[in-house]
Design a protein around this ligand. Structure first.
Ligand SMILES: Cc1cc2nc3c(=O)[nH]c(=O)nc-3n(C[C@H](O)[C@H](O)[C@H](O)COP(=O)(O)O)c2cc1C
Length: 311
């Protein structure tokens, strides 16, 4: 099964939820471009998120969804609000959505939990997931330990629902590779940050365009909450303190409000500039539609020519 059969979208591509970035307007732009746009819930309460969902609805007649981080303090109200707003696609992270599943399914939603391990994938399928998003640690934002290359085929082998690949995908070749590993489609984040429509500060986009392959690092491992970000003054200070065994309170002082500093103020020195490892591939700021369409067209071409590859 193709992801687009499950979502009713033109392409088998999901715009990954991105806290403080994936607004209703951005999600609608991604849906209008043929992907499944997702409104991110990070940092929002139910009413603020409802407003973004309504903005999304007003700007697209295409399918869209919501990304719900289950550690959100207003999670119960958000879960109920998604039912009221009849949100048809819900991706979840940072927890088990089991207790909301019945209400979401009765409303007709499809639920795609994001996982970074086979064990979690199996738990999510038992909880009623319609598909699994297997996310490798190459991705931007909160990450697991495994790479997409190793994780994806193991999740595909372990579950009997469609699997969507995420992490390290920003080109048709990478999408084709994911499909060869058994994915039904892909979820992307980093490559969409450098779109015209993405509402991040221009400095953020330029930093990603200039970034090289090894421009990112992972902070927060000592706290059990690893996050992939661009190496900058804040990241270096954080890693130094982590190596010295600094406690949570000390470390949190450095990152508090960091994503907003990067996204809204364009602070590339002290901000938390979340990015995946594919940043080294990004070359230009382009419309979302061009990024998504090129990826799918190139992936199809790669797969069509696959038999000519000598092994
Ligand atoms: C800036 C940024 C913020 C993110 N925030 C979230 C989030 O709030 N919730 C979530 O489930 N995933 C989040 N992610 C992960 C994306 O949804 C997506 O799975 C990931 O970016 C895919 O890997 P890629 O970055 O290599 O394309 C974030 C990623 C980035 C780059």
């Amino acid at each position: 099964m193709k992801l687009s059969d499950l979502t009713g979208t033109k392409y088998s591509v999901i715009q990954g939820g991105m806290a403080n970035i994936a607004t209703g307007e951005f999600a609608a732009a991604c849906s209008n471009a043929g992907a499944l746009g997702l409104v991110a819930s990070g940092g929002m309460n139910a009413e603020a998120l409802r407003e973004q969902i309504r903005i999304c609805k007003s700007k697209t007649d295409k399918p869209f969804g919501v990304n719900l981080m289950l550690m959100n303090p207003d999670v119960d109200n958000i879960a109920q609000m998604l039912v009221e707003e009849k949100v048809q696609f819900i991706t979840t992270g940072a927890g088990n959505p089991g207790k909301y599943m019945k209400a979401w399914k009765e409303m007709g939603a499809k639920v795609f939990p994001v996982v970074a391990s086979v064990a979690l994938a199996k738990i999510m399928v038992r909880a009623g997931a319609d598909a699994i998003i297997a996310e490798g640690g190459e991705s931007g934002g909160h990450v697991g330990d495994m790479t997409t290359m190793a994780l994806l085929p193991q999740v595909v082998a372990a579950v009997d629902v469609p699997v969507i690949a995420a992490g390290g995908i920003a080109s048709g070749k990478q999408m084709a590779a994911a499909m060869m590993l058994g994915a039904c489609g892909v979820q992307v984040g980093t490559c969409l940050l450098v779109s015209n429509e993405c509402p991040i500060h221009e400095n953020y986009k330029q930093t990603l365009i200039k970034a090289k392959d090894n421009a990112t690092t992972v902070t927060g491992r000592s706290q059990g909450a690893p996050v992939r970000i661009i190496k900058n003054e804040m990241a270096r200070e954080y890693l130094k303190l982590e190596a010295e065994g600094a406690d949570r309170e000390r470390l949190e002082k450095i990152t508090l409000g960091g994503l907003r500093r990067a996204v809204c103020d364009g602070d590339m020195i002290r901000g938390s500039v979340m990015s995946g490892q594919v940043c080294g591939q990004l070359q230009a700021i382009r419309p979302v539609a061009e990024i998504v369409e090129e990826m799918v067209v190139d992936a199809k071409e790669c797969l069509a020519n696959a038999s000519t590859i000598a092994i």
